[in-house]
Design a protein. Structure first.
Length: 301
């Protein structure tokens, strides 16, 4: 008899595809938030599988801070062209230029928090009523409170006490005018699941995820890789290190880890042995114990 046993990855894949199809069915104009990180790449891969042989019935949206790693943008453009997907780009720099947000100053300045306004403006500008995101519950304690369908009020704000029950895999997309939803098909995945799926599906990733030599500085206890938007400050020592990135984000606040893991198998072994989450090196999350939750209430991913 054939073996119909489903693996953990099979079950997670089926769940994510179900949530993607539910979102596409319940909302008039959904969009997939794409950052160039491994989770949004896996989510895009799943969206292509969910609606194959057609293309996903929604575009991608990238909130460009202007401080991205060049490798991330190169990967994004190549992937969109290869898969024939539609891409919208919202610019934090344009939000600064038009006065919608004010550039942070000081030693720990970041554009990460500014993304919330840019994202909300983009959703309103293009009329998106739901946004698929690659957030996972194991990443951070605030994200552990999320449901698959995460309601946002007319101001784009998230209230963890006002989330709807999701019994028997039934998701309610009912909303009032001006409100919208964030949808998280990868909620039950772990970092190890993501890497295992990347290996199984042979998904290409930006080179930053694999060990490479890079000029770095240590700032606030975080190893930062030098690039156009990260330059050494007075007193900082530039050191050549072999590093990789566990998460992808705004270059000035995304920390690298010292690593020799240059293959997916090596990364799987390293991830299984890790004692900190991948966001443990994100300088923006270290600002306070409630940093992520505060930003989510303002409209962050």
């Amino acid at each position: 008899m054939p073996d119909y046993h489903l693996s953990q990855l099979d079950l997670l894949e089926a769940e994510a595809i179900y949530v993607l199809r539910e979102g596409a069915a319940q909302f008039q104009r959904p969009v997939l938030l794409f950052s160039g990180g491994k989770d949004s790449i896996v989510l895009t891969h799943l969206a292509c599988k969910a609606f194959w042989p057609e293309k996903p019935p929604f575009p991608l949206l990238h909130v460009d801070t202007g401080h991205n790693f060049p490798e991330t943008l190169e990967y994004r453009d190549e992937m969109v062209q290869r898969l024939g997907l539609r891409l919208f780009v919202a610019s934090v720099e344009e939000s600064i230029r038009t006065g919608r947000v004010r550039e942070e100053t000081g030693a720990n300045a970041s554009r990460n928090r500014l993304q919330s306004v840019t994202l909300l403006d983009a959703l309103a500008k293009w009329g998106f009523d739901a946004a698929f995101g690659g957030a996972r519950r194991d990443e951070e304690k605030a994200r552990a409170k999320e449901r698959f369908f995460s309601h946002r009020d007319e101001f784009g704000q998230w209230d963890p006490k006002n989330q709807r029950p999701e019994l028997w895999n039934l998701y309610s997309g009912r909303m009032a005018p001006g409100e919208h939803f964030r949808i998280f098909p990868l909620s039950n995945w772990t970092e190890l699941d993501i890497w295992s799926y990347i290996k199984r599906e042979e998904i290409a990733l930006p080179s930053l995820y694999f060990a490479h030599e890079r000029d770095t500085v240590v700032r606030g206890g975080v190893i930062l890789g030098l690039c156009q938007s990260v330059q050494p400050r007075p007193g900082e020592v530039v050191t050549r290190r072999t590093v990789r990135f566990r998460t992808m984000g705004d270059a000035p606040i995304t920390g690298a880890v010292q690593s020799t893991a240059a293959t997916i198998d090596a990364i799987l072994a390293e991830t299984a042995a890790a004692r900190t989450t991948e966001r443990g090196g994100r300088a923006d999350d270290l600002r306070s114990d409630t940093s992520m939750e505060d930003r989510k209430k303002e409209g962050y991913f």
